[in-house]
Design a protein around this ligand. Structure first.
Ligand code: HEC
Length: 147
């Protein structure tokens, strides 16, 4: 009895397509895992604290509700590339919805924005006018912690 060892060409291309599909699915899954890991890799620096004198400073724009809109614009221009458009953090940048960040005083956040943490790749924004930095703090307050 003669065995059929040749796979018909139509079958071959079908197998090729399914291998390709599995490869694509595999890559998509890997990308998802990678993206999740990137975000999960943010850990707050436990040694990074604003000095008391800086932490007690009050936001001079606290009563100025309109200033937050300007803060959102500044955020998209200067911060979103690392912290993400919604502030939940890309790469290793802080996720502003976390209670660990929302629980800090306006003055402490202002100080961190001003000085940065160069060892951990948070740049200093001391070149931005002071009121713009306070506007940014107002915007961070609109990014509520996740429930
Ligand atoms: C080049 C990337 C990058 C940019 C741009 C950037 N950040 Fe950051 N930021 C980081 C990283 C990384 C951290 C985490 C640093 C750490 O935990 O030590 C961080 C941390 C912070 C923190 C402190 C969070 C905490 O742990 O208390 C604040 C506040 C902050 N960023 C605000 C801003 C604001 C506002 C802007 C825009 C004006 C900005 N950042 C732009 C990378 C960036």
């Amino acid at each position: 009895m003669k065995r059929v060892t040749n796979i018909p060409p139509s079958n071959l291309s079908f197998r090729g397509a399914s291998v390709l599909r599995n490869l694509l699915l595999g890559c998509a899954a890997l990308l998802c895992i990678y993206a999740a890991a990137q975000n999960a890799s943010y850990k707050q620096d436990p040694t990074w604290h604003a000095p008391d004198q800086a932490s007690i400073r009050k936001n001079p724009l606290a009563e100025n509700k309109n200033a937050a809109a300007g803060g959102a614009k500044l955020f998209h221009r200067h911060c979103a590339e690392c912290h993400g458009p919604t502030g939940t953090g890309l790469k290793k940048a802080a996720n502003f919805t976390m209670p660990e960040i929302q629980s800090q005083s306006d003055g402490a956040l202002f100080w961190k924005i001003t000085n940065g943490n160069p060892d951990r790749r948070m740049p200093s924004f001391s070149q931005l006018p002071e009121l713009q930095r306070w506007q940014l703090v107002l915007h961070l307050r609109t990014l509520k912690p996740l429930q």
